[in-house]
Design a protein around this ligand. Structure first.
Ligand code: IPM
Ligand code: MG
Length: 352
């Protein structure tokens, strides 16, 4: 099969981890006779440096015409003082919304053999970590009305968290469907004791629940969820939540599994098109040192292959990762090893 992939390497560790992901895809292409036609596309800080815009129109057009988008990470201190509408992160948000990718699936799974890397106590992780965060990705406070100004000589700024029932219904449906193919337990994480928007989420999810009688739906305030995630992550199966809470708790989830370098994500919209990216950021502190853990981008390619219908190839990479973790050699520093980024990837390539 031939696949057109738009590749946005981005900033910081982005380029070096994406290169590792592409090595893995190359090996898969050879083995399964696929062709990944990769087109490098500018996005984030790298795009600002060349064009002045974090997401040039041409980049969005190439992504739209592709079968999938693979993205490293965007942002970094170099662009910190740019006005907020032109920052690298705005490019990523524009990409998500321009492609209509309203669902962000962030699976948090712990590999048995590297559980010592988790900062949680052994008796807590012993029970297993295997849940998925279904994050709403194109609405809420990251896209709401915002303003910075001065009123009566006093500076102010605000950002609006607004959702309509249709936005909640479509992400809610995805979350129930995700629960149906997992353990049928769905937790909506919100702040309904304070926020009106959370109350609307509950109303819409309660209505949807009637269509999914097998799914056990519960609600949890986000502050409690942050605590429960470290107290007993095994209680979660599927978490559905808004854009900002999903951003926050998915970083927490990744650390529970051992390292922020582990978790992939798929941003999708209901057809088989998607954008695949690690949940971690551009990690400027370790960029260019060849020490970043490329697991998240490799796992993101696994998610991509699954959406492209290539289950066997996806499973091949996943099994290779498991073998490398089990062997415990050539792991990167975040997992307690001292391998470089490419040494780790080479180890994976051996098993593909
Ligand atoms: C993420 C990142 C992004 C987000 C940033 C870079 C805009 O933190 O994908 O989690 O907040 O969504
Ligand atoms: Mg984030």
């Amino acid at each position: 099969m031939d696949f057109k992939i738009a590749v946005i390497k981005g900033d910081g560790v982005g380029p070096e981890i994406v290169d590792e992901g592409l090595k893995v895809l190359d090996k898969i292409a050879q083995k399964y006779n696929h062709k990944f036609e990769c087109t490098n596309v500018l996005g984030g800080g790298a795009a600002i440096d060349v064009t002045g815009e974090p997401l040039p129109k041409e980049s969005l057009d190439i992504c739209k015409a592709s079968d999938a988008v693979l993205l490293g990470a965007v942002g970094g201190p170099k662009w910190d003082n740019i006005e907020s509408s032109k920052r690298p992160e705005k490019g990523l948000l524009a990409l998500r919304s321009g492609l209509g990718l309203f669902v962000n699936l962030r699976p948090a799974t712990m590999h048995e053999s590297i559980k010592e890397a988790s900062p949680l106590r052994a008796d807590i992780v012993e029970k297993g970590v295997d849940f998925v965060v279904v994050r709403e990705l194109t609405g809420g406070i990251y896209f709401g009305e915002r303003k910075t100004g001065v009123e009566n000589g006093v500076e102010f700024a605000y950002d609006v968290e607004k959702y309509d029932e249709n936005e909640i219904r479509r992400i809610g449906k995805k979350a129930f469907e995700t629960a149906m193919i997992r353990n049928k337990k769905l937790t909506c994480v919100d702040k309904a004791n304070v926020l009106d928007s959370s109350k609307l989420w509950r109303k819409v999810l309660n209505e949807l629940a009637k269509d999914y009688p097998e799914v056990e739906l519960s609600y949890m305030y986000v502050d409690n969820a942050a605590m429960q995630l470290v107290k007993d992550p095994s209680q979660f199966d599927v978490i559905v939540t808004n854009n900002i809470f999903g951003d926050i708790i998915s970083d927490e989830a990744s650390m529970i599994t051992g390292s922020i370098g582990m978790l992939p994500s798929a941003s999708v919209r209901g057809d088989d098109f998607g954008m695949y990216e690690p949940i971690h950021g551009s990690a400027p502190d370790i960029a260019g040192k060849n020490i970043a853990n490329p697991t998240a981008i490799i796992q993101s390619s696994v998610m991509m292959l699954r959406y492209l219908g290539e289950q066997e190839a996806a499973a091949k990479i996943e099994n290779a990762l498991v073998k490398v973790f089990e062997k415990g050699e050539n792991l990167t520093g975040d997992l307690g090893g001292n391998a470089t980024t490419d040494e780790f990837t080479n180890e994976i390539l051996k098993y593909i």
